[in-house]
Each structure stands twice: as C-alpha cells, then as structure tokens.
Design a protein around this ligand. Structure first.
Ligand code: 5AD
Length: 342
C-alpha cells in the first residue's frame, strides 16, 4: 500500500501539503477506498443507516448563488407542508422501518420557532424511539435550544466552505462564515449531534479551500459529515459553472472516513444524481448512511437545489426493497435502527 494512505489511516491527519497531494492525483484512490472500507467495517461493520428525509418547505429568505430554491429564483414553484402532512410522512416512514426523521427546508419565516417546536414535540410524543434531525438553517442559540427542548436531537448545517473569501463568492454579503460557525458551535454546546460538510467542486474552490475544510472539520469534530458534488441549477447565477467531480467527491469521502472513523457519512442525493451508481460508489469509499425521500410525491419535484435531482428509484423511501438490494449488491446491509453515532 502507498505510504501516504497508511500514514493517514494511522495518524488520522496530515500536513497541508500531504492533504493537497492526496487530493490532486488519482494514484492513491484504490488504496484510499480499500483502507476507508476497512476502517468503516471495523467501527460500523456492514451497516448502512437509513434516514427518512422530509423536505418541509422550499421557501427561503436566503439568496445563495448556487442554490435552486434561493429567494431570487422566480421560476421555483413554492410549497410548504402542514404539520399534519409532516406527521403523515413520519407515519408512513415509521411503517416502512425508518427510525430517524430529517426535517429539511429553506429558511422559511412561516416556520416560526413556535411552529417548529409544535411539530417537533408532536413527532417526539408519537415516536419516542426515533431520532429527530433538523436541517432548517441558521438560527439563534435560543431557537436551537427551544427545538432541542422540544425533542430534536440532531442538526445538519453544512459549513459549505471554510475559507471566508470563498464563502463570500458563494453567498450574498448578509451571510457570513462566522455566523455559520457560530451556529455549529452553539448546536454542539446545546448537545445536538451535529452535521457539517462542504460542496465539492463549488465555483472558485481550490485545493487549499478543501484543505481548510478538512482542518475546520478537525476542529469542530462533527458526528455527521455530509458532502456532495456541486451541481449547477439553470436559474441561478452559477448556471454556467462546471459541475463538481465524482472522483474528487469519492476521494474526499474516503479521506473523511480515515480522519473520522466514527462519523456518520451519507452517500448523498447529489452523488446519486451525478452518476447512476454514485451512491454505491460512495458506500464503497466509506459512506454509511443513505437518506431516501419521504416527502409527499407531489412536492418532491419542487425541492430542486440543482438540475436533474433524482426523485425515483432508491431515492424514494417507498422503494426500500430496491434500496436494500442495491445496498446488498454493493456489499453492505440496510439496518432498521436509530443509528446513533458510535
Ligand atoms: N449543488 C450541490 N449541492 C447543493 N446544495 C445546495 N445547492 C446545491 C447545488 N447546486 C447543498 C448545500 C446545502 C445542502 C442542503 O444542499 O450544501 O447545505
């Protein structure tokens, strides 16, 4: 095996120059993927955890340049789910075997803290054996605390990029990396299991930016790490930018598995969108979570963060049997379990 990969597996970290070397060429990939798979099996065996994703609103007050549901996209057909609709998604998911519900949405002012707490409390009361994950963007510490007190226990908030200058090229001036980091540290301090992560190949990203992302993740020590390739959306300022790369995303998944052996790392929808077998490749590179869509079918095609987002096949929570087969063909096993971080 290449010494560089062995060193990373043993030390779980690197110098900046070594990270850069590993990121920029493909000659280490075979060793990286097999080491990542070994480490993942040592901690989690062949388990793949499933999370039911409920996309509760595509209204968003933010205007992130990469995102298809940005407020400036006048072509987006907007929707929000009612409390009853969200609860019926959970009921359907529970019957299918899901034990984690992820409520994800744009930053929609309709969902006040009061409404969010009401929904979280209702889910908590009905499903005391389930994890409730929120992914609703940047909020005050008091708001995060209120959701936690209502019964939420995990929160996903990607940092997107750890370089403040790069952050400013992806977001309007009213959004800052500092506030994003403040949110992540508040969430940790409150007691949430926290997920962060970056888009791979987002416009203007350099190798140094990715090294900064790895350093930031080392500092934050999140329990969950979500990464996926940047994919352009036709109604955004980045409509003509090149998509992120599948090989670079897989390489980063493997590096993250070696750096964070216990992390819960999804093979994301973006990975499944960039290549028909992207998620299986992600699992073989170290990912151990899949998040099928539990949203009502009529709104699924409206939560379009990027062009061509997949909504059928294994992506649909209802097609669990298909997902189970795909996962087992890849050499792993879907488990019905809350899947807490180890
Ligand atoms: N391509 C890939 N990922 C995207 N996201 C948003 N827009 C895009 C895009 N165009 C990701 C962001 C966000 C997550 C919910 O989806 O990283 O945090």
């Amino acid at each position: 095996m290449e010494d560089l990969v062995k060193t990373l597996a043993e030390n779980r970290t690197f110098t900046d120059a070594e990270f850069a070397a590993l990121l920029e060429v493909d000659r280490y990939d075979a060793d990286l993927f097999s080491e990542a798979d070994r480490v993942r099996r040592a901690v989690y065996g062949d388990a793949v955890y499933i999370r039911g994703l409920i996309e509760c609103t595509n209204f968003c007050k933010n205007d992130c340049y990469y995102c298809g549901i940005r407020r400036g996209n006048k072509n987006a057909s907007r929707y929000r789910l009612s409390k009853e609709e969200i609860l019926s998604c959970c009921a359907e998911g529970y019957a299918l075997g899901f034990r984690t519900f992820v409520l994800q949405g744009g930053e929609d002012p309709y969902f006040t803290d009061e409404r969010i707490c009401e929904i979280v409390s209702a889910i908590r009361e009905t499903y005391p054996d389930c994890a409730i994950t929120l992914s609703l963007g940047e909020k005050s510490r008091a708001s995060y605390q209120a959701y936690f007190d209502a019964g939420a226990n995990r929160y996903l908030l990607r940092h997107e990029t750890a370089n403040p200058a790069h952050y400013a090229k992806l977001h309007p001036a009213e959004l800052s990396l500092d506030n994003r980091k403040r949110c992540l540290y508040d969430l940790k301090a409150i007691g949430y299991a926290v997920g962060a992560g970056m888009m791979v190949g987002s416009p203007f990203q350099t190798t140094d930016d990715l090294v900064a992302d790895l350093r930031f993740l080392e500092e934050l020590e999140p329990q969950m790490i979500g990464i996926g390739p940047f994919l352009r959306h036709k109604d955004t300022p980045f409509a003509d930018m090149p998509n992120g790369s599948l090989p670079l995303t897989l390489r980063l998944l493997a590096i993250l598995r070696l750096m964070f052996p216990r992390a819960l790392i999804p093979a994301t929808t973006a990975l499944g969108t960039i290549h028909p077998h992207g998620r299986e490749m992600g699992l073989r590179a170290g990912a151990n979570v899949i998040m099928p869509n539990l949203s009502p079918s009529d709104v699924r095609k409206k939560y379009l963060l990027y062009d061509n987002k997949i909504t059928a096949g294994e992506e649909a929570a209802q097609a669990l049997a298909l997902l189970e087969k795909t996962v087992s063909d890849a050499g792993y096993r879907v488990v019905v379990d809350i899947g807490n971080p180890k």
